[in-house]
Every structure is written in structure tokens, then in C-alpha cells.
Design a protein around this ligand. Sequence first.
Ligand code: WTA
Length: 643
Amino acid sequence: MSDDLIAVKPAVAAGTHVDAARHAAMTAEAIADPNGFWRREAGRIAWMTTPTQIKDVDFTGDVHIRWYADGVLNASVSCLDRHLATRGDQVAIIWEGDDPASDAKITYRELHARVCRLANALRAQGVKKGDRVTIYLPMIVEAAVAMLACARVGAVHSIVFGGFSPDSLATRIQESESTILLTADEGRRGGRKVALKANADEALKSCPTITSVIVARNTGGAVEMQDGRDYWWSDVCDSQPAECMPEPMNAEDPLFILYTSGSTGKPKGVLHTTGGYMVWASYTHELVFDYRPGEVYWCTADVGWVTGHTYIVYGPLANGATTLMFEGVPNYPDVGRFWQVVDKHKVNIFYTAPTAIRSLMREGEAPVRKHSRASLRILGSVGEPINPEAWLWYYRVVGDERCPVVDTWWQTETGGILISPLPGAVAQKPGSATLPLPGVLPALVDGEGKLMEGAAEGNLVLLDAWPGMMRTVYGDHARFVQTYFSTFPGMYFTGDGARRDADGYYWITGRVDDVINVAGHRMGTAEIESALVAHTKVAEAAVVGMPHDIKGQGIYAYVTLKTGIEPTDALKKELIAWVRKEIGPIATPDAIQWAPGLPKTRSGKIMRRILRKIAANEVDGIGDTSTLADPTVVTDLVDNRVG
Ligand code: WTA
């Protein structure tokens, strides 16, 4: 395997935060003395009361996870106030609009003032520590201001991705019992408008807990404003003072909830708390991207996903970085947009998703070569496994073989990166997330939960806690224990499979549960199935992932219609539109196959393994169907496979 190693270049190692020797020393220290190690790392953020208690974790029984339990802090102070004396006039956020002609630069001092004004406005609306605030905003500066203003007053933010439907927004507001919604008139993406306020109005018909809606004017498009409920952002903020007392928060007080798809039922509210999460955000952002003061750092994610939380807002701002926020898409106005923006703002560190890399790779090298990219130093990847071909294209074409590629494995639940090369310390292998960060203890277990040694392939678990991990499922601790700690008792189960090679490098193979990863977005197959069966003409549905060149996985749906309903192409279109409306465009099925019957065991359980094989066109691998109630349904499904 070591033939594939791409060694750390001396130019990269020079001046790095963590070289190979330091990496080894940190890894050893974090194991030998976790309390000492994490006590020191806590010093990277600002505390009102320095914690004396460090780690308090039990992965068994009822599971409790506490870090820095007697510490007091406010996340917004670490991101803003403490930078004012040293870098108040440094740019905190570079905003690049969907339209290449629009951009903005906001200094730390300006950001601080904007956050304080909104925080005061939230307090004036009656928001108190512990209240939930839902944020449904496009990629505009207000999104970061909203997060930090919530943190400032101790409100728990719950961001809903702007691409989600009114229904999805409504469920998340209801689940979190939010009292305030922060949104905008419209968003922009790839030259099109997204009707956020209109969606919100629709959602709010079933959200009685919301008492006020604060609306940012973004496109200036016409929206309806409901008297006594809806307020323009500027109207509530402009009159507020630019100073606001930060709410003292216990380290274990919640910072945010983020709803994410699981293998069953409705999305779960992943809850992150304040102290450990902030330490993790700062630690990983500095180590993995080798962030150096003065550099421009760009993560192309949306703040609606965890990557945007940790690596556009909290991590970079905690580290005093200049973070770039991009409203647009990689192919608008043309497929050179990323590299045009890199040159325009002299971006040093660039972090994106494999799906974007694969879609740009298809367009050839010319659109990349047209731009200099000389400022680039580090390239990152996140969201799904990156195939070696895409990795090498990223490395050779985008990075001119100068820039290390950090393939970062993590999850909404983990709060931040767990497995990744550190650019100045770890030799890379195309397609491998390589080694755990110091303080992270991954392992592989077989189906029975037995630890596997050496080179092996199995289920990826974490044997011990790290400060940034989720603490519970909001409002449902039993579900937290059940989902993550019951499959392999005493260990955190990731839901991912992985291979470890002879060098100890990890290669993530993808989900082993009923979650699929479409263009780096996590989708629960159960959610898409319930959307489909909610349609009056559908009797039953089963959804699986299928291989997709660009998106990694596509959505393949088997649909059984109610008796007497004609299976037509028009109905397929209708169902596709229906799912988009129910969940959002990210859940658009790529293929629908009419299924007169689904392969079920005699006890009625759908054999998804078979459905996955048919969707992937691997019909030779279907294997034994004798346990099925009716084996002939398989023949029918194979014969009528779509695509
Ligand atoms: C997948 C996104 C391989 C994985 C940060 C995980 C990856 C899920 C990688 C979490 C990677 C994320 N290599 N697979 N570098 N990064 N994944 O919660 O299956 O949206 O469980 O968090 O994405 O998705 P989530």
C-alpha cells in the first residue's frame, strides 16, 4: 500500500502547526493523559470561568457525555469580542454573491456590532437563554450574524437548509418548538430565486409556537408581511445599540440543534453544547487546515449543514480567520466560478465536496487552468467518500501537485473532523481519510461487535469520547442511546463501514444502514418512502441508493400503485414533483420503477439487499431468494429495471 503514499512536501511541513513528530507526541499524550491534553486545548477559546473538570463520560447504560462541566463561556465572545483588540479591522467574512458582480467584506468589528444589534433585538422580542430559534436563510452574511446572535443571548439555533420544503421546515420548527424564525425575502442560487419567505408563510400555518418572524431584505422581491408577526430585520436591528452583554453559558448548555436524517422515522435533532464543541471547532480547523493568521479560508458548504456550522462560522471565527461565504454554485455563471473566486479573493485554503469535484472534472482541465490558483495552499474534501480518480484530479489539476489534499471524515453527530491527514504531518493516499486526529479513537468491529485488529474491513466505531461530539437527540435521549450505543454496547457506532489497510489508514466505504448520501447530503430512505406513500395513488414504496457518477449515490424508488391505478410516465413525473414538494429538491428521485410486488420475507420485511443489487444493475449478485414469500417478484423487478 505504501507505494501509493504521497509524502508531506518540505514546503508544506515548514511552519506547520503539527509536524510528524508533534502528531505522534500529541496522539500519545491524548491517550495517556486525556484530562491534561484537553485542559490545555481548552485554552484555545475564551472562558468566563476556566473549567477545572475536564472529561466526564460514560458510553454504557444511560450514556452521559460531559466536558468542561464547570466552565462558563459564551461562544460569540470566542468568535468576536476577543479578536477586537488584535484584529478588529481584519476582514472576518468575505461574502461572494451568486452574481459575480456582488461581494462584501465585513471586519470583526463590524460583525461584532451586527451580532450585538440582532442579539439585542432578539432579547427585545422576549428571547431568553434556552429558547429555540429557527434559522431559514440563504448564504448571506445575516446567516452568520443570526447564529452568533443566538449564541450571544443563549438561544439554541436550529438551522434549516434553504433548499428544504415548507413541510420539512414546519416539522423542524414543531419538533424544536421554536418561538422565532429568522428568514429572508428570497435567496439566490445559480441565477434563480428561492422563495424563502413564501415557503416560511406556508410552513407557519402549522407552527403555532412561532410568535415573530424577522425577515432580511435580500433580493428586494415582493413578500407578504403579516402584521404583528413579521418584522423587517433592519427595522428591529437598526435602533439597537451595537453592544450586547453576552449570556454566561455553562459549557454543557446547548449551542445548537441540527436535524439530520437517520435510518428510521423522522429526522433527529442532533444536539451540540457550547464548551466542547467550540474547543473541537477551533482545534480541528487549525490542525486539519493548518490555518495560519492572515490566510483566506473558503469552505463551499451551506450553513444549513453541519459543515457550514463548524467550518464556515464557528471554527474559522474562533481562530480569527478570514472566512469566505459563497452564495452561489460551482457552475454559475460558468464552470470556472470556483477558481475565479479563488483568484479574486486570493484564497489559501479551499474545502469542498467530492460531488462538486466530480462535476467539474467532467468539464475538463481548461476551465481550471484559465485561472492562476497560485494562492492555494491546502485543499480539503468532505461529505462522502472521494474516489481516487477525483482525488488525483483535485490534487494534480486544481492544486498543481503543490497542495496537500485533506480528505476529512466526520458527521453531524461528531461536531467536527475526526479522521483526516494533517497536511504537515501525514502522508496522503488518494481515496483514504488516513488517520485519526490526536484524541480520536476509531476502531473496526465485526457484525458481533468484536474488535478487529490490523488490516480489516468492518463497522466503524469510536471507542471513547472527544469534546465536540453530540450530547443527545433533542428531546429524546432514549433514541440517542438506541441509535448510537446499542448496536455495539459501550461504543459509539457511526453507521459507516470502513477498511483499514496495513499502514493503519482508514478508507470509508459508505453507510451500512438505510441512509444514503446524495451529492454529500444525507437522506434517510424511510423519509422518502413516507413521502411517496403519502401520495393518494401509492400503496407502497421502497427506496435505495444507486451508484451515480456525479452525485456518488442517486435515489432509486420502487413504487407499488394502488389497485386500478395506471402506471404512466405522467404519474412518474407527478411523483417526482410530489417528493420535491414534500421534502425538497435534494430528495428528487433519480429513477422510479413500478413494482407490482416488493421482495419480502415471510414475516413481511422488505429485503433491501436485493433492491440495492437490482438498482445497481448487479443482478448476478442477488444471491439466495428462497427465503422470500414470493421469489417471482424478483424476476419481474430485474426484467423491468429502469436505466
Ligand atoms: C459521509 C457531513 C467518506 C459518511 C460532515 C458520514 C464521508 C456521513 C466523509 C455524514 C469522507 C462524510 N469520506 N464518507 N471524508 N465525510 N462522509 O452528517 O457516510 O451530513 O457518516 O456530515 O457522510 O454526513 P453528515
